[in-house]
Design a protein. Sequence first.
Length: 365
Amino acid sequence: MKNINKILIIIQRSNGDVFLSLSLINALFRHFGSPNIDLLVNEDTKSVAKLLPNINTIHTFSYIKKKNKRFSQEKELISSIYKKYDLSINLTSSDRSVIYACLGGKKSISAIEKNNKKSWWKKSLLSNYYIFNSSKHILQNNLEPLNLLGIEHELIQGSIDRVKKNISNIEIKLRNMKINKFIIFHPSAQYDYKILPQHLRDELLLLLSSLGIPILITGSNNEIDMKIKMTLKVLPNIHDFIGETSINEFFILSNLALAYIGMDTLNMHIAASQNKRIFAIFGPTNLSMWSPWSNSLKACTTKNSPIQTYGNVTIFQADMPCIACGKAGCDDNHGKSDCLFNIKPDIIFNKVEAWLKGLELETTL
């Protein structure tokens, strides 16, 4: 495909989806000789989209706008993208995003459903398409357009290194606190059903405080994170950073950390992209699609197990027959997840402690 100067990439899902599009963006930018690349994302993921390199304009769509404003929003968005791109790439199979791809690009590529009853009309409108495969990692799905375009690539999750202006602020803060080596503990997630219950979180933090190394608790200033902040107890070696770092600063903090301990969320994927040691706590989320990607193995995990390690990643799940159901909580309506009530903090602690002792032994040899 020649004469590709303007590209639109559509990612109408979560923060993690947006971040995990980075490898696709980088490959397109290299292959087509620095084209103008625009994004179309959901409004609530714009802060992550702003971090991605090689992006020109970010279009947004809000699902929470009132119905009487929805039409004007659609009209304005379509007007801003209509046939303005040489190529549009849509990374989800939703009807709306496929339509945007067809309207926005002279050539269009999109994910579609395997079910022909849902996807037949999409096949007829799109220039090319691929079947979105829920048994594959989201990174692998996101790189499928490159295969259709004949662009060579590696199965590596890219990271971001262009937030250097915040390095000095973070380093000064750590220096003032006399913190050198540390581990990040990230207790929150985008949704409540993916968060460890408070009593288990308290128990885990009490155990982690005995490691003798600073544990930095991270989080944003949103409602979910601030609720967690209100419950934190004062413990030795535990430092509360919730609400005190921007997403830019988290990239720097994570890059300086020895390891990530925490929930299945964007921050976990950031740490994995930096090749950090990952101790990830999973509830109902599908591991095939969303487990941390190991760049060293160029792979993720596809199996469920109470404890498993691959490459630089260890995952903890409940030992229950329903794991991993893939639902948004047991009621599939953002209610509680029973599986997260059945993960034992001492098992997580034992794995972290063993790894840390091994790391200390390596440094003394």
